[in-house]
Every structure is written in structure tokens, then in C-alpha cells.
Design a protein around this ligand. Sequence first.
Ligand code: UDP
Length: 370
Amino acid sequence: MKMKKKILYLFSDTGGGHRSAASAIIKAVDARANQEMIDVFAEGSGFLNIFAKLYAPVIKYSPQMWGMLYYLLDDEKKLEQLEKISRPFILSTLAKIIKTKKPDAIVSVHPLVNHLTVQAIKDSGLKIPFIVVITDPVTLHRAWITPNVDCCVVATEDAKKLAISYGMPEKKIKVIGMPIHPKFAKGPSDKEKRRKKDGLDPKTFTILMMGGGEGAGGMDEIINKIDRSGISAQMIIITGRNKKLEEKLNAEAGKMKRKMKVYGFTDKVDELMSESDLIITKAGPGTIAEALAMNLPIILTSWLPGQEEGNVKFVEDAKVGFVAREPEKVVEIIKRLQNPAELNAVLRNVKKTRKPNAAIDIADCILKYL
Ligand code: UDP
């Protein structure tokens, strides 16, 4: 019997996006290869993992600071300096991983390790194909760009243009889409049955609200505004890893004028999207791509400066949703989307924009390198 080939995925547990992207591709490749995920920072050094761990509190309490850091590092010279600092930690980790695991291909879904991975593969003397899957769908950070990878997968034509302008050879770029878990590929199903099972009214307009893996984006103020608005709707809230918010909202749920179901970090985002009529979220690339796959109009209430600004433009340009920073505006847009004519106009655009099969297509692309 032929031995199965091995694919390693490099990621970091910041937010939910990198892990979700790697898991989505792994699921799509499925039994066609042996696969393993490596959290490069956690594996590498306590020192670098401190920075990875800072992502959650920084985006929750000071997104502006994240924006400053993002723009500061969006510069070739600064990135070189950062690489010099991290080189001793990451390069030796990568060398050890390659030596012990002997992968047949390496896939990175993280911007900060790609130059060093190319170096580590070269140092190993092995011929290992290296594929980078960029998980910023529009405005990608320069850090992603490593010209001497074998293939660079992007989500949109805009991302391709930007990658080329940053020095990525055009022939290495494949425009496929955001890798979302194949469970989203089927689209929504059994809306009313699912609502009933989860203790909601089967026929009531349902609003889903989430703030990425960390439950960021100031959800409680918007929830209160919606509750007091007189809109006829029930709510599903996903607080992700934000335990404090989960507890607070659970305590408030009983006092609300409408049904509200609160979930902490859940692996049934697809099912909860299936139950919903629209989503209110921060502009996380994973959440946006998943919402589109599940035919949900999107209301964006927050985004990380720099990193997620392009996603806002993407949603607005494709007319698949709206931007509403103030709770009053959120309420106004929900009312508009409760009008079937307005809702259907947005849904037509959603159908044109969604790429539910992206992870499956990315998996096929990776397998060609084995
Ligand atoms: N997610 C999840 N369970 C949760 C909250 C979030 O599986 O309770 C997933 C979500 O479906 C998406 C990812 O986490 O795939 C969030 O990624 P995104 O790019 O939207 O934002 P990030 O968390 O990386 O800032």
C-alpha cells in the first residue's frame, strides 16, 4: 500500500481566523493526506508566544493600538528588523519541526513566518513545496509576501493586484477564496427546525451577532439598543472566548423584551448562521466569508484598523451588507432589511459574491504539489 503523504500547517492561535482557515483546509483534504497543525509561536518560544497572547486583550481593549502596530510594520525595512529579532527563535523551531516530521508539503496561514520557513526548508536540504494561503481577503499586509514560495493563494482579484505590487510573482498567485470549513459549503438548511430545537420561535426574524473568536467589538451596547427598539426579532449572540461578556449577557438575557440565546465559544457557528436572517459582526475575514456562504446579509459594526479595513470596503463594494458604527444606525438597517424587497436585493448580491467551496478548491490546489 502507498504511504500517505504528510502536510504540515503553520498557524498561530490569535483570534479564531488562522486556526479556522487551517482547520477548513484540513477538513477539505480529509483522508487524502496525513495532516498536522503547528502553532509556530507556542512551539517556538515563550518569548514570542507572549506577543501572540497579547492579540486578544489588545483587539478587545485598544484596537487603535493594533492599528498603529499594523501600519508601523507594513514596511519592508521594519519587517526585516522584526524578522531579525524573531529569527533565532523561529528558525531553530522550524528546523527541528522539518527534521523530525519530514513533511511532504508545508502550508502557512500566518503572515509572520513565511520568509523563515523558506529559509528553514532551504537549510534542511529537502525539497518541500511551500504554499502560503493568505487569509486577509483584500488589503493584505506586506508581511505575507514571500516571493520564493511555490504558490500563494489569495481570496480576491484585489488581493492579487496588491500582492503583485508588493513583489509577488504573478504566476505564483492563485485567486481561489477564503478557506472556510466545508460544512459551510452546503449553505443554510432547516432554519425553522433548528430554531425550535434551540429554544427560539421558528417563525420570528432572527439576528445573529458575533465578534470573531475573541468576542470583540462592543456588542452589549448594540444589543441593548436593539432590545429597546421595538423591532420584532429574536437574537443569537456568540461571545467566542470573551467569558466576561458571555456571563454578563447570560445574566441580562432573562430581563430582555425578546428571546436571546447566548453562546460562548461554539463549534456550531454554521448551524447558528443557518437559523439566522442577518448577521451583525466585526469585519473578521472568516466570519464574513462564512456569513456569505450561509446567505446572510452583513452589518459591520467594528473592524480592526488596518487589518480589517479592506474587508469593510469589500462588503460595501459588493453590496452584501452595510456599515453601522452607531447602535441607532444598526437598528435603522435592521428595519430596512426586514423589508423583503430590500432584503432580496442584498441577497442577490450575496449569491453573486459567496465562495462556499473555497477550502475544497484550495485543498485540490495543495494536493497537486504532493
Ligand atoms: N468562531 C468559532 N466559534 C466561535 C466564534 C468564532 O468557530 O464561538 C470562528 C468563526 O466561525 C470564524 C473565526 O472563528 O471562522 C473568526 O475568524 P475571523 O476572521 O472572523 O476573526 P478573528 O477571530 O480572526 O479576529
